[in-house]
Write a protein that binds this ligand. Structure first.
Ligand code: ACM
Length: 751
């Protein structure tokens, strides 16, 4: 697959002057070099020969995920004319369309109307199906009632000044194409337009999932729905719904009403709600795979039905997180009868061909400690709990098959006794995925995509289910169906879930959809920033949610000062927070850490500006590897501006930190929930001073006095220490700046 991009010379979003100059100067170089030179990536050399650089291409696109093939032309199709006059945008269908596609088109036009200005949708309805419609949709055949993992999701889109044509084999493909149309919409001299483009797009992986744990914290249906809308925008196609775990059972069973009656704290989905979610997802081209985790993580099951356990001692749902030892009893026939009934019931609510049985972290000790189970194992000749789990899974697989379900489970279920129809979801590392494939099992990768690890978008984007240096054979590679982003819910709630999931999930969605060669992190971030804003229009609240939380934190006071601090902080990883807070089911999630987003833009913005002044400076790795990890070193700077611009912006930024410090000190004093943030507030002021003095030395070409560098580094060392579950986003860049200032007057100085 190949990405062919023409360079543009007009920047639609706020892009730096210097970048504009860079782009102009490169506009006529051969495409391979221009693409490599910084803005775009993705060249498969053998097939790039046809790409042409249009010297006057007007638009810089921000499609995400990147299409597998794209050629940009000149001009644009007008959606809404300049001056806000009435839109004449119309659409029609060639061939067939069904109610699902019609609903998807209406939703897309509603969003296009919001982007372009009011009346796109109304105009469409007012002018039914003229032959020269703005958008012609051609779908080969109506969809099968049930989308499968083999759905053809490809589409072709061509936009000319006269009209756009979207062609797809299925509704699902057409819906992906509609998302691309929405991402194309942009402004040109006051008009809202779709740039001229020819796209042929098909996903790299068939299984592009997102898993949400709704057990550790429950998420109401509206949260699920907006998550599905975000998934559709990112072209993800599997919602993996983690519905049962130790801390609760969240799916209503009419056959076993105590599952939610006793073991949900009243927080569960009714069957009607689950059916509605399945329909909502299906309408957006998303399959829903439910997970009922067994035989481990079974405390909720056993609290409700103690007979499922070899030695039930459970009297309440656990408040603590971790791995309780509750396991189902695999030796009793009644356990399989129970599971059979549950699978039959849930299988009707969740029509997907796959059924997730969990299978992770089974604590075999409980089995070994029980004489009856131990006796059973002896009779069967099993010496390890893993063998007993394999027996359990074989029994389970027969049950699933009876109900027309295929088994998917976490990587612990891998066992040669199971049929090759099962899918292994690898959470313990890439190695287990490869191991499954070598044994001819299909698999999906999740290990690098655990959002609560608080890794950067870049780190997750670069992790590939099938990397270019894979040791798998071509046939084994075909067994890798794709991957899933995972969001575990110990440390989030409905107010914070969006900011944990988005926009980082969009970066991984691109990994699952776009060609393997798509590895230009800087351009990924450029497009991610733009699409992050668009995701709020889809209904997500990853930006506005934390803003509201910060307003709540300072109550009637103006949150502006807190916003400045928050812009350069991010949450620490799950494990660091867990160690620092001993998070459990009673922990309130209403602190500064909860009002932040992961991997905020500040990291890259500051890195870009610092690189303009100190690009060649190498920062040695921190002496103490256990320190709160600052990811700056892993995230490439975005656009590198001219040094004068960088200097001005950095100075303004550091001055703004200084300016808010007194106000922040008042905030933390007056706000009990912020009181422990005082260290970070004081550090922000100190770091502002570090930055300002470094800039002064750089600008005046004055060498700092002896001991200055060591003093600044010790301030940075302290700022790197854990505090209040949050970490700064720019310490690596600040070290670079200090080192550059310390070398003032030497070759490293750029000013
Ligand atoms: C898992 O994270 N235990 C699947």
């Amino acid at each position: 697959m190949v990405i062919c991009r023409k360079k543009n010379v007009e920047i639609i979003w706020a892009v730096l002057e210097s970048e504009r100059m860079q782009m102009k100067s490169k506009a006529r170089v051969p495409v391979e070099i221009a693409l490599f030179a910084g803005t775009f990536a993705l060249i498969t050399p053998a097939v790039t020969a046809t790409a042409q650089v249009a010297p006057n291409a007007q638009f810089r696109l921000a499609l995400m995920p990147l299409p597998s093939s794209i050629t940009q032309g000149e001009g644009a199709l007008t959606v809404t004319p300049a001056g806000g006059g009435g839109s004449t945008f119309t659409y029609r269908y060639d061939l067939t369309h069904d109610a699902r596609l019609e609903a998807a088109v209406k939703r897309a036009l509603l969003r296009l109307g919001r982007t372009c200005g009011g009346d796109v949708l109304r105009s469409t309805i007012d002018h039914p199906a003229p032959a020269n419609s703005s958008l012609t949709i051609n779908v080969a055949k109506a969809s099968e009632p049930l989308q499968t993992v083999n759905e053809d999701e490809s589409y072709q889109l061509s936009v000319t000044p006269q009209g756009a044509r979207l062609t797809a084999a299925t509704d699902a493909g057409a819906m992906h194409g509609l998302e691309t149309v929405l991402q194309l919409a942009t402004n040109e001299h006051g008009a809202c337009v779709l740039p001229v483009v020819t796209i042929s797009d098909t996903p790299r992986f068939r299984w592009r999932g997102f898993m949400l744990d709704v057990v550790r914290h429950f998420e109401p249906v509206p949260v699920i729905e907006r998550t599905l809308d975000g998934m559709a925008a990112a072209k993800l196609n599997v919602f993996h719904w983690h519905l049962s775990d130790d801390q609760g059972f969240r799916a209503e069973s009419k056959k076993f009403p105590k599952l939610t009656g006793v073991a949900s704290d009243g927080q569960f989905y009714t069957q009607d709600e689950m059916r509605a979610v399945v329909a909502y997802a299906g309408a957006r081209g998303i399959r829903v795979v439910p997970e009922f985790d067994m035989p481990g993580h079974g405390t909720s099951w056993i609290l409700a039905y103690p007979e499922l356990s070899p030695d039930a001692q459970i009297t309440q749902l656990p408040v603590v997180y971790g791995t309780p030892t509750a396991v189902l009893d695999p030796t009793r026939e009644s356990t399989y009868k129970f599971i059979n009934t549950l699978v039959e019931e849930m299988g009707r609510i969740f029509p997907d061909e796959y059924f997730h049985i969990g299978g992770d972290e089974v604590q075999g000790k409980a089995w070994l400690a029980n004489p009856k189970v131990a006796e059973f194992m002896k009779k069967k000749g099993y010496t390890t709990p893993a063998q007993l789990q394999a027996y359990f899974n074989q029994r389970l697989e027969v049950i699933l098959k009876k109900h027309d379900k295929k088994m998917i489970g976490w990587d612990e279920i891998l066992d040669p006794a199971l049929p090759k129809t099962i899918v292994i979801q690898s959470w313990r590392g890439e190695a287990s995925l490869a191991e499954g494939a070598r044994q001819s099992y299909q698999g999906i990768l999740s290990a690098p995509y655990y959002l609560d690890g608080q890794k950067s978008s870049a780190q997750m984007f670069l992790a590939d289910p099938v990397p270019s240096d894979t040791t798998l054979t071509a046939d084994q590679q075909k067994l890798i169906l794709g991957g899933e982003v995972c969001m575990w819910a110990e440390q989030l709630n409905p107010e914070t879930v969006d900011s944990r999931v988005w926009p980082r999930t969009m970066a991984v969605a691109e990994r699952f959809w776009s060609p393997q060669s798509d590895r230009d992190v800087s351009d990924m971030y450029r497009r991610l920033r733009i699409n992050s804003l668009k995701l709020e229009d889809v209904g997500l609240r990853h930006i506005s949610g934390p803003e509201v939380l910060r307003r709540n934190l300072v109550l009637e006071r103006n949150p502006e000062a807190l916003d400045v601090l928050a812009s350069v902080l991010e949450p620490v990883s799950f494990h660091e927070r867990y160690q620092g807070q001993h998070t459990n089911g009673l922990t309130t999630l209403d602190r500064l850490v909860d009002a932040l987003v992961a991997d905020p833009p500040s990291r890259q913005e500051i890195a870009g500006d610092v690189d303009a002044l100190a690009g060649g400076v190498i920062v040695p790795p921190p002496a103490d590897a256990k320190l709160s990890v600052d990811l700056s070193g892993d995230v490439p700077s975005g656009v590198t501006p001219p040094p004068e611009v960088a200097l001005r912006r950095l100075r303004q930024r550091f001055l703004s930190w200084q300016a808010v410090e007194p106000r922040l000190l008042e905030d933390v004093q007056k706000t009990p929930r912020l009181s422990d943030a005082v260290t970070r507030v004081e550090q922000l002021g100190e770091l502002a001073q570090v930055g300002l003095s470094a800039l002064t030395y750089l600008q005046t070409h004055t060498a700092p006095p002896a001991g200055w560098e060591a003093q600044q580094m010790s301030i940075l060392d302290r700022a790197e220490q854990p505090s209040v579950l949050v970490r700064f986003t720019f310490l690596h860049s600040m070290r670079k700046l200090v080192l550059a200032a310390a070398q003032t007057g030497t070759a490293a100085s750029r000013l």
